[in-house]
Ligand binder design. Sequence first.
Ligand code: UDP
Length: 329
Amino acid sequence: MSVLVCGGAGYIGSHCVYELIEKGESVVVVDNLQTGYKQAIHPNAKFYQGDIRDFQFLDKVFKENQIDAVIHFAANSLVGESMQLPLKYYNNNVYGTQILLEAMVANNVKRIVFSSTAAVYGEPECVPILENDRTKPTNAYGETKLAMEKMMKWADVAYGVKYIALRYFNVAGANENGLIGEAHNPETHLVPLILQVPLGKREKIMIYGDDYQTKDGTCVRDYIHVIDLIDAHILAMNKLRDGYDSDVFNLGNGSGFTVKEMIEAAKKVTGYEIPVEIAARRSGDPAVLVASSKKARKVLGWSPKFTNVEEVIRSAWNFHSTHKNGFEQ
Ligand code: UDP
């Protein structure tokens, strides 16, 4: 049997493919290469270039392979862009997931693990955030992920497709092999942006707001290493294989770091000065986002190994310092 990884050429998806293959799984990758890179796909994965919105294409992939589980990362994920182009997000994320589910149902594939987001909660009512807290997204991206979760719920009721939605907090870091890592163009995430300064690609890092009600005035986030994140996906997939019911889990480290603390950690890891400039708050940014991942620990038996942010930044630096322009020449 094979695992189908949709979006297996992207940052998180490519890490998943590497881990699955390391664990002896046979892997099929589907990716349209709009934001992913062919070079990030593990050479032993069977790759199909195509779009999840294309039912005929997906149907062929399912018919040509013995797939027993799907791990779904194929989505657009930029909060700012989602506010400018919400319909692009509905089309790719929501409609794309609908077609994927239709192809799964048509081919009797009944297990899916997929990436949801902390953005489904919006401004949290209390921290750390629990899975049954109120979901009230403040951006179109989070709304599309919540719509995907709800679609899965009804697909389970009607067709028995079992799903596990993993709500990620801030993912960072890279595989220790130095072959794959976070490569977005344009880049919007804090850790790779900070590292652009020591790489000589940017003069300084902008801090979006230093007047939040936090210990140093900058936003607090829960940074989770991509390898720990992927471990949870594989545990979730195997849980579904064991007959576990559909469910939702938060994935974070459970401790928060401010933007300033992340910059300090990056200075230590890289040995470079990292100048900063205080800028206006970025709209839609909650002051504090920290997950309670107790449920994932208890039910999935998940236990993150990279709890020190310096280790997370060090692994990211290991990739970026050898791939200054990501996967681009
Ligand atoms: N951030 C920042 N400067 C940057 C990019 C991000 O100060 O150049 C802050 C952002 O406001 C947020 C945190 O860093 O508080 C993490 O942002 P990121 O975009 O990485 O992830 P998000 O929390 O939006 O998922």
